[in-house]
Design a protein around this ligand. Sequence first.
Ligand code: SF4
Length: 272
Amino acid sequence: MQEEVDAGVFGNLAHFSLEFLYLGYRERKKSWHITAEAIADLKKNWVRPAVEKAIRKHYDLPETGEIPYSGQLLVVREVLDRYVQAVLDRDSAAAPFQLVGLEVRCETEMPISLAGRQEEVALQGVIDRVDLREEEGLRLLDYKSGADKKDFPSVPSLFDRADPKRNKAVMQTFFYGYLYRQAFPTEERPLKPGLINLKDIFNPQFSPYLQLKEQGRGSGLPVTDYRQYAEVFEEGLRGLLEEIFAPEQAFSQTEDLKKCSYCPYKALCGRN
Ligand code: SF4
């Protein structure tokens, strides 16, 4: 309980809180139909219990009994409350909707060609939330604790690792579009990727949707269905995997030392 609550811990707590909030709803109502009235009740009565449950899970505390709060954690609890309330305000504006799944695990195998042979690469991902708005289709939503941007200049730019502004969050949600489509090939409704980024959630203009926006252009093209981008995205993904697995392609250390500062493989690769 003394552990410092850094951005990663905060992100985990926010994820768990939102997951427990809606799981609790389903358990009580035996339904995943979410109306504005249901959200008003969640806001009034169920945010604090969900946040506390998240704290218990993260710190591996028993399900009952008092939580031994440190001063910092008390502040974090209040901040989490406010963020979750703000997400619920956005959800209320989008209601009614149907929750389709939380933490939806999708797996597939992508065929790639390696030195003239066909191989398959196992891929998987866990989508934070899938919901259905009749007028839009299935929304594949990722919660982010940061201030990730939702616009991107082109699909190939998502694979350009020399670009310091490469939009990793958009790439991740497109990847979910790919995985979902593979996991549910008969699904015909639009697959709309989106980001609920908490640092932006209090912005009055908040929207979870992605926009294809060329540099210097004021307005962009909203991404309404992953399928419209699937061909180019999957070509980029396949190219990337073929490069990673190519036996003749050596791995070399990046010259961009900034990347090393947050790299989880630093100890393995020996970069000081
Ligand atoms: S620490 Fe090593 S593996 Fe990580 S980015 Fe730097 S060079 Fe690459």
